[in-house]
Design a protein around this ligand. Structure first.
Ligand code: CP3
Length: 345
C-alpha cells in the first residue's frame, strides 16, 4: 500500500483492495438535480462554453463533493468535446440533448486529428484546479467517451434510438468506419494524456452505447479501439488506473475485461453479479451497479437495493455507483438516503 492508496479509498479499490463499506460516487453526480449546478449553468452562454470555462467547470465538479462527501470527483466536461476538437459542430438543445452536423463520407476521409492540446487545453486547467481544491481523501477521475459511442453521435447527428446509421456504416463501409475509429482513438489518447498530466488520478472510458452488437462488430467498434486507447495512454507513460464502461455489452463483458487492458469494469444494472463474478478475471475491481430508477424511487426499495448491491460484491474490490447516470428528477434526499444506508452497513 502506498501513501495515496492509504488515504484515497477509490485508488485502494482500483489497486485490488476491498473496502467496507465500499467507496462511492455517482455517474452524473454534477448536474441538473442540484440547484447550485443550475445556478452556475444559467450563467453560461452554452453548454460547450460552460465545459471549457475552468472556473465554472471547477465549481460544478466540486459541488457534489461539498454537498455529499463522495469518495471521487469526476471532471465536469462532456464526451462530445472530442468531436468538437476534430472540427465538428456540436451544440445542445434544451429538452432534446446534443446535436452535431452529421458526417458525410467525405468528412471522414478529410478528417485529421488537429490541435487537441490547444482546443482542449482548458480542460487540463480545470483538472489542475480541481486537483488542488479537493479534500485529501477524494480521488479525481478524468474521462472520455469511447470511439464507438462518440462516433454514434457524430454519424447520427445526435442521440438516436437504435444507432442504425452508425451500425450500417460499420457494415457497409468498413474501411471508412475503421478510419473514424482510429482518428477518434488517437484524439482520445491525447485528450486523456492531457488530463492525466494535469492531475487526474483515474481515467474512465464511457462506451454508453456498447449494447446490441454482434461479436464481429463489437470487436471492431469496441474491443479494438478501447485496447488501442489503453495501449496509447500507457505508451505515453500514463500509469493511472483505467475504468471501462461498456454499457449494455451483456455477454461480451468477459472479452471486454480480458482484452482491452482496462484496470476495472463499470457495470450497468442489467448485469447479473453472480454471472459477472464468475466470468471476470480474478481480483478485477468492479464499479456499479444500482439501478438509477431505484434512486429516483427512494423509499424502502432504495435501502434494499443498496444493501443487495453491497452484498452482491462482498468478495471483489468494489466501488459503489449507479448502473448509469443520476437523472435530473432525482430528489437530493434520495442521494442522502443512499449514502446513509451505504455508510451504516
Ligand atoms: O457529473 C458527471 O458525471 C461529469 C460530467 C459529465 C457530463 N457528461 C455532463 C453533462 C459526464 C461524465 C458526461 C458524459 C457523457 N456525455 C456521456 C457518457 C455517460 C452517459 O451518460 O452515458 C454521454 C453519452 C454524453 C453526451 C451527452 N451530454 C448527452 C446525451 C447530454 C444530454 C443529456 C441530458 O441530460 O440533457 C449531454 C449534456 C450534459 N452533459 C449535461 C451534463 C450535466 C446536461 C446539460 C445541461 O446541464 O444543460
Amino acid at each position: 500500500m502506498n501513501d495515496l492508496t492509504k488515504t484515497k479509498s477509490v485508488l485502494a479499490v482500483l489497486s485490488g483492495e476491498r473496502r467496507d463499506p465500499p467507496p462511492a460516487w455517482l455517474m452524473r453526480q454534477a448536474g441538473r438535480y442540484l440547484p447550485e449546478y443550475r445556478e452556475v449553468r444559467s450563467t453560461a452562454k452554452n453548454f460547450i462554453e460552460f465545459c471549457l470555462t475552468p472556473d465554472k467547470a471547477t465549481e460544478v465538479t466540486l459541488q457534489p463533493i461539498r454537498r455529499f462527501g463522495f469518495d471521487a470527483a469526476i471532471l465536469f466536461a462532456d464526451i462530445l468535446l472530442v468531436p468538437m476538437a476534430l472540427g465538428r459542430k456540436v451544440w445542445f438543445v434544451a429538452g432534446e440533448g446534443p446535436k452535431l452536423d452529421p458526417l458525410t463520407p467525405g468528412d471522414i476521409d478529410a478528417m485529421q486529428v488537429g490541435d487537441v492540446e490547444g482546443l482542449l487545453g482548458n480542460i487540463g486547467e480545470t483538472v489542475s484546479r480541481v486537483s488542488a481544491a479537493l479534500p485529501g481523501n477524494t480521488t479525481l477521475i478524468g474521462f472520455a467517451g469511447s470511439p464507438w459511442t462518440v462516433a454514434t453521435y457524430m454519424i447520427e447527428g445526435g442521440g438516436s434510438k437504435d444507432r442504425m446509421k452508425a451500425r450500417a456504416l460499420a457494415w457497409s463501409e468498413p474501411e471508412r468506419f475503421d478510419r473514424l475509429m482510429d482518428l477518434l482513438a488517437d484524439a482520445t489518447i491525447r485528450y486523456l494524456v492531457i488530463q492525466a498530466r494535469a492531475g487526474a488520478e483515474v481515467l474512465k472510458l464511457f462506451d454508453s452505447w456498447a449494447e446490441g452488437m454482434p461479436e464481429p462488430l463489437f470487436e471492431r467498434a469496441v474491443l479494438k479501439p478501447t485496447a488501442k486507447i489503453v495501449g496509447g495512454v500507457r505508451a505515453a507513460g500514463v500509469t493511472q488506473p483505467m475504468i471501462g464502461f461498456a454499457r449494455g455489452c451483456g455477454a461480451m463483458l468477459p472479452r471486454y475485461a480480458a482484452e482491452t487492458g482496462v484496470t476495472a469494469v463499470a457495470l450497468d444494472q442489467g448485469v447479473d453479479p453472480v454471472w459477472a463474478d464468475a466470468v471476470l478475471p480474478a481480483g478485477m475491481p468492479v464499479q456499479g451497479q444500482l439501478d438509477p430508477a431505484v434512486l429516483r424511487a427512494g423509499g424502502p426499495a432504495l435501502d434494499a437495493e443498496v444493501k443487495r448491491n453491497i452484498s452482491a460484491w462482498a468478495k471483489r474490490p468494489h466501488i459503489f455507483n449507479l448502473g448509469h447516470g443520476v437523472t435530473p428528477d432525482v430528489p437530493i434526499a434520495h442521494v442522502e438516503q443512499l449514502l446513509a444506508t451505504l455508510r451504516q452497513d
